[in-house]
Each structure stands twice: as structure tokens, then as C-alpha cells.
Write a protein that binds this ligand. Structure first.
Ligand code: FES
Length: 396
């Protein structure tokens, strides 16, 4: 192991030590009998600041480096300005704040660097039709912003997941897997990993050289590239990540744990193919890539409703704002300058939860909303599309 790898491995272990130490201290606090000395010591305050150091709710960031990866992808590397980067699990994400033309918004980005590195790396693809991506693609070193602390459950869990890992990525869905693979490399490959990586063409593949280097002569890691638009050529897999591809490259179908990340059509295809291959759902974990891109194609969308239909969104005790049928309530609130809380933008974290006082919304099948929220009229604004004029209570 090189000196650099040893240093980074030591940092990872130090951070793990901090987490375990924090848990032990918290345990001790619960069992302490409070004497005079304890009364003078702000144990609760110390515990709170220890927890905030490990799980900061937000971080001030400064962009230090921009790395070109391919014609349409680049990595942004940030330093934290208000403290050390906290420990995190490879595969987690942060929500990055942006302000564009006076509209404050945020987007979740998986972290592609490993825990313990001095800079936090996020990787994105330019998308000229998007609102945030084209703007973010052009930021320069020195740009300052805020993000959430690292969060999310898309990571390997030794007590639950197998040691044979299969990562299925589409485009920049590779980012959480880069963190996981880099960490496996630092730790000396304690688990075997197979990566099936789908892209449009061989000319636009982020991290291609690094992945090939990792796999070269390494029996613990295999990478297979699949291209949807490649010209026919020897040794180029053309097509989509279907059952035939998966069966051909995954030796341990009956025991592997599958991690999927990429655009929604790819996730839907791969989930269906895995089910057809007999892989149980408990061995398939996936990270969505934002809300459905084509909401009108979701099952249950009213056939006669145009996504351009314009409704009114009213906040109790406040004003009325325009809300397009084809955009989630969260976007309508951001366009109105309300700056609602949000982290995942896929219905998973609950940060954007609001009470729907009146009006109907469309919530795609499979969106996670707690039963009690349903019963009391709460929705996740990032996954609720207005079907008529709507009123919500105060924005958090
Ligand atoms: S932002 Fe996470 S549920 Fe809406």
C-alpha cells in the first residue's frame, strides 16, 4: 500500500474512531450520576457539539478545484470553511445550495470522494435543458455556498449486505460507486465488486481511466462498460443493461447484493430484469436520481391534464403563486422565492414535508409517505404535482 493510501486509510479509521467514541461518550452520559462537578460541566452542550461535529446539519463550502472528466461531466472539489469535513459513509450525498437569478434552490449530489479526504468531491453532468445543472457546470474556483451534512442510506452495510457487490450505474449515477470503490481500494479490497456501467457512447464516460486502472490485474474488481449509442465494433458492448448482460457478468446471482444508481428509465429496466432473474428485492438497493423526468408518463397521471396547465399555490396567511401542473410544489415554492427546506428531492428524507390544506396533488406510485402523514394531509412537496389550485400551511 502506498504512503498516500496508508495516510487516507488512517484518516478513515480515525473518523470511525470518532463515531464510536462519540457513541461511547453518549452512552456514558446516559449512565452518569450527576455530582457537583457534573453540574458545573455542560455535558449536554458538549455532547451536542460532538454530535454536530460528526453530523453537521449544514456546511459552508468553497470550490477549490474543477476537474474535467469527459466532454459533459466534471467534478467539483470543495473545502469546508467552517470546520473539518465530517466522517460519512461512502455512497452518501449532500444537498448543495444554489441561487440563480434570485431563485434559491438546492440539488442532491452523491459524494464521489472517500471519507477522510481533505476535499469533498461532487460530480455532475451538463444538462442544457435543466435549471441548476448548466449554471453549476460553469462555476469557478472561489465560489462559496452551503450544503447539508452528508446524509442518506445508500451505502454498504456489512450486517445486511453480501460481500459480493454488484454496482449498476448509468451516467453520473457512477458517483456513489466511485466513493465505494475508492474506499474498497484504500482498504485493500475486503469485498469483491463488479461494476456494470452504462453510458451513451465511449467518448463520454466519467472516471473511465480510473476504473480501468482499478480493475487491471485485480481479481476483486471487474468493470463492464455498456453503450447505448456506440458504433458496432469488436469488444464494445452495445445496448442496454438487460438480463443477458447481468447474467453474463455476475457469477453469484444467488448471493450478490445489487446497488443501482442512474436515470429512472435505467432503474426501471434493471429492477425488472433482476426480478425476472429471480433476484429478491431485499438484495436490490437503489438510489433515485431526482423526481420523474416525464411526470405525465407515470401511472395514474390524469390523461386530460397538460403539464403546462397553470394553477395557484396559496400559503395560509400569505400570498398566491403560480404553480404549473408539470412541476412539483417544491419548485413552485422556490420560483416564488420561498426557500423551502429540501435535501433529497426524491421523497425520501421528508425535509420538504408540508400540510396540504386544500386542493389535490398527484403523487407518483411508490413515493414513501408515512401512513400518519397521509392520514393528516401531509405531502412531500418535492413529489407532489398540483392537479388544481392548492393551499398549504406555512413553509418551513
Ligand atoms: S426533499 Fe427529501 S422528501 Fe422532499
Amino acid at each position: 500500500m502506498s504512503h498516500n493510501l496508508r495516510v487516507r486509510a488512517r484518516q478513515v479509521l480515525d473518523d470511525l474512531g470518532q463515531i464510536v467514541g462519540g457513541q461511547v461518550r453518549a452512552q456514558a452520559l446516559r449512565h452518569t450520576s450527576w455530582g457537583a462537578d457534573h453540574a458545573r460541566t455542560d455535558w449536554a452542550g458538549q455532547a451536542r457539539s460532538a454530535v454536530a461535529g460528526i453530523h453537521p446539519p449544514s456546511m459552508e463550502l468553497e470550490l477549490r478545484e474543477v476537474v474535467e472528466l469527459s466532454p459533459t461531466t466534471r467534478s467539483l472539489r470543495f473545502a469546508r470553511r467552517d470546520g473539518r469535513l465530517p466522517p460519512f459513509r461512502a455512497g452518501q450525498h449532500v444537498s448543495l445550495a444554489v441561487e440563480i437569478d434570485g431563485i434559491r434552490s438546492s440539488r442532491p449530489y452523491s459524494i464521489s470522494s472517500v471519507p477522510g479526504e481533505p476535499l469533498l468531491e461532487l460530480t455532475l453532468r451538463d444538462d442544457p435543458s435543466g435549471f441548476v445543472a448548466p449554471w453549476l457546470f460553469r462555476v469557478q474556483p472561489g465560489w462559496r455556498t452551503r450544503s447539508s451534512g452528508p446524509t442518506g442510506t445508500f451505502h454498504h452495510e456489512p450486517l445486511r449486505d453480501s460481500d459480493a457487490l454488484v454496482f449498476v450505474a448509468g451516467g453520473t449515477g457512477i458517483t456513489p460507486f466511485m466513493a465505494m470503490l475508492r474506499e474498497l481500494e484504500i482498504l485493500g479490497w475486503p469485498r469483491k465488486a463488479t461494476l456494470i456501467f452504462g453510458n451513451r457512447s465511449p467518448d463520454d464516460v466519467p472516471f473511465a481511466a480510473e476504473l480501468r486502472r482499478m480493475a487491471r490485474g485485480n481479481p476483486a474488481f471487474r468493470v463492464v462498460f455498456v453503450y447505448s449509442d456506440a458504433p458496432a465494433a469488436k469488444r464494445v458492448r452495445k445496448g442496454f443493461i438487460d438480463g443477458a448482460v447481468i447474467r453474463g457478468v455476475v457469477p453469484a446471482l444467488d448471493s450478490a447484493t445489487f446497488f443501482l444508481c442512474g436515470p429512472e428509465p435505467m432503474l426501471a429496466l434493471v429492477r425488472g430484469e433482476l426480478a425476472a432473474l429471480g433476484v429478491p428485492r431485499r438484495r436490490v438497493r437503489s438510489e433515485d436520481f431526482g423526481p420523474p423526468a416525464r411526470i405525465t408518463e407515470q401511472p395514474g397521471w390524469p390523461a386530460d391534464l397538460s403539464p403546462e396547465s397553470l394553477f395557484e399555490l396559496c400559503v395560509v396567511g400569505g400570498e398566491r403563486y403560480p404553480a404549473r401542473a408539470g412541476e412539483p410544489l417544491l419548485v413552485a415554492m422556490e420560483r416564488a422565492g420561498l426557500a423551502p427546506a429540501s435535501t433529497c428531492r426524491t421523497g425520501a428524507c421528508g425535509d420538504c414535508r408540508v400540510k396540504l390544506v386544500s386542493g389535490r396533488v398527484f403523487v407518483p406510485e411508490g413515493t414513501a409517505v408515512r401512513q400518519s402523514d397521509r392520514e393528516h394531509g401531509y405531502v412531500h412537496a418535492c413529489m407532489a404535482w398540483p392537479l388544481e389550485d392548492c393551499t398549504i400551511d406555512a413553509v418551513r
